[in-house]
Design a binder for this molecule. Structure first.
Ligand SMILES: CCCCCCCCCCCCCCCC(=O)SCCNC(=O)CCNC(=O)[C@H](O)C(C)(C)COP(=O)(O)OP(=O)(O)OC[C@H]1O[C@@H](n2cnc3c(N)ncnc32)[C@H](O)[C@@H]1OP(=O)(O)O
Length: 265
């Protein structure tokens, strides 16, 4: 099932979504997809005109493929502009993911601060794409095209503090308007930025993730290449602290991300 079909599935019945193994990442399912499904389930309970501003996600445990997941969203508070939401994803009676989401309408303000400029990297055509290779790259990478433009590939003994490049969905067929659900997949597609420091393969997982969306969302298509850059701020003892951002092809900031990642090597 392609990404848009997975979004349709959670819109139809958030209480029983089956994530096929083709969206797997080791023993887990791809976190960006789990976050996108959770976002859709929360968004369905938020009034129109309150775009998502921030999500705080904890990947409590691996989401097993091919086993139904129930995405249970609740409204914690509705203010004049902000809806505070909470979601539990449950599989086999266990909490596997929790998300706190803040959705907020605009309000008049005297303050406006422009984002810093996007990094300059080589154009998409000159960057190397990570191919999907069965049993080598994670299963979910068949659905996401990542072209490296900053730092090294995972397990390449590259000690750069930064990693990133261009990213978009692959195999989706018709172009769709890019939503925050798509951005969750595009940002989490990238491996933990600490993995290039290793000389040989080892598991790695996102543990916690906060992501903030710059609103209003740019009008983009699922065929546009977005630019991603991650900065390792600290890593030790099997945990890395990674700040990242995503920009549109024209260099406009669209999302800010922070993850605590675990690495088993
Ligand atoms: C060469 C050429 C280039 C190739 C290029 C390819 C790029 C290749 C990069 C991949 C990178 C993707 C990046 C996507 C990022 C997400 O989408 S990750 C998915 C979202 N996150 C999750 O599902 C995490 C859910 N949470 C958890 O699983 C647990 O809370 C945590 C984070 C692992 C906590 O750690 P813990 O308490 O130590 O974990 P515990 O459950 O006790 O399990 C530990 C064992 O699990 C293993 N483990 C941990 N994660 C995984 C995993 N995903 N799969 C299998 N085993 C795992 C550990 O190795 C450890 O094994 P043992 O030492 O026991 O043998």
């Amino acid at each position: 099932m392609i990404f848009s079909e997975m979004l349709d599935a959670v819109r139809r019945d958030p209480a029983a979504v089956i994530i096929p193994a083709e969206w797997g990442q080791g023993r887990a399912s791809f976190g960006g997809l789990v976050a996108a499904l959770a976002f859709e389930a929360m968004r369905a309970k938020v009034p129109e005109g309150r775009p998502v501003r921030s999500l705080a996600i904890t990947f409590v445990g691996p989401v097993a493929p091919d086993v139904p997941v129930s995405f249970q969203a609740e409204v914690l508070r509705e203010g004049k502009a902000v809806s505070q939401m909470f979601l539990r994803a449950i599989q086999d009676g266990q909490v596997v993911t929790v998300v706190q989401g803040s959705f907020g309408a605009s309000r008049p303000s005297a303050i406006a601060v422009e984002a810093l400029a996007a990094p300059q990297i080589a154009p998409v055509e000159q960057c190397q794409e990570l191919p999907y290779v069965r049993h080598v790259t994670p299963e979910f990478t068949r659905f996401l095209a990542m072209r490296w433009g900053i730092g090294g590939m995972p397990f390449s003994n590259n000690p750069s503090r930064q990693m990133g490049g261009w990213v978009r969905l692959r195999g989706e067929g018709e172009a769709q308007a890019l939503s925050e659900a798509h951005l969750l997949a595009l940002v989490d597609a990238w491996p933990p930025a600490v993995l290039p420091h290793l000389k040989s393969p080892a598991p790695g997982s996102s543990l916690t993730w906060t992501i903030e969306f710059v609103q209003p969302l740019q009008s983009l298509s699922s065929e546009d290449w977005c630019l991603y850059r991650a900065d390792i701020e600290h890593a030790r003892d099997g945990y890395g602290h990674v700040a990242a951002a995503m920009w549109s092809p024209a260099g406009e900031l669209i999302a800010l991300s922070r993850q605590t990642v675990t690495v088993f090597g």
